[in-house]
Design a binder for this molecule. Sequence first.
Ligand code: PMT
Length: 328
Amino acid sequence: MIPDDSQSRYFTSNPTPKALSKHEALVREFVDYHVSTNPNTRIALVTSGGTTVPLENQTVRFIDNFSAGTRGTTSAEYFLREGYAVIFLHRQYSLLPYSRHFSHSTNCFLDFMDESGDGEVVVRQEYQQKMRRVLEEYQYAKKNRLLLLLPFTTITEYLFELRSLATLLQPLDSRALFYLAAAVSDFFIPRERMNEHKIQSSEVENGKKSGDGKQLVVNLDPVPKFLTTLVSQWAPRGSMIVSFKLETDPSLLVSKAEQALEKYGHDLVIGNLLTTRKWEVVFVTKGGQERWVRVPKAKRSRSVSGIEELVGRAEKNKPSDEEVDLSG
Ligand code: PMT
């Protein structure tokens, strides 16, 4: 399929990210290493976190979204546990696999530590077990070069990176998996309309109605939908492509997920609602099947990230539409 004009224009009218060639070299090296050490290697490209929309070229201000990268990081850990090597394309400074357990303000790493009787800094007794488990997994991934971290910030960086990385994964065919959990902006300011310098408050216009006072009016264009091209051109033949659909209105979620699957022709759309995304998701697969996966009510408070594990288990075991217990 030929990419539509808006897509080609998007890539020619926006500058190539500075880090792209370095990231491409890292991905080539990562793929070569894993293919040469294990010809059956499976590589997952996990995208995570929000994309920004800069208002100025020398960016002081930007539009952002809510995503902290919980879904992406938690799922990346799950893929690593399942034997995948993971390329983690993430929003710079958002959560990262393993360190996410101790980095959030409610999970500050300093609260996990104490001073021992002889003045050594140690992990507090009650956190020893959890920290040891996370540390072991982290060190295993590091030692075996299983995790490649690649940051992006803007929507443009994200799209350039995704296109390049998908193309570089082509030799893997069906051993590549795409798990697109990043929150991707639908709107942006085209380069030719973007201010070079910081927008000055003295430059903003008066509102249309009298009494409106000064207003900064921001005019956004739609970001071209790239999933069709990802599926039909960039990604390896036979690779599995999982995308997420985020809505806030429950009545739209399933139909929008079905439309996405129909339109892009990939394997699976996982739908989630902003307010309930941490404990329920819906799988929509080809043939219009819909399957809900839920963390049981009693386990929701202690398991903010349990849903990702259930997503993995649900995909493997294909249970019917029901709550899946986290224990065992
Ligand atoms: O990080 P957390 O706080 O844990 O939140 C996780 C999450 C809610 C962000 C995640 O689960 C999720 O839903 N991610 C996808 C969010 C999103 O971009 O949804 P959307 O409905 O706007 O887009 C749907 C799909 O279209 C996405 O796969 C996106 O990659 C794709 N898209 C989007 C914009 C665009 N211009 N072209 C696209 O192809």
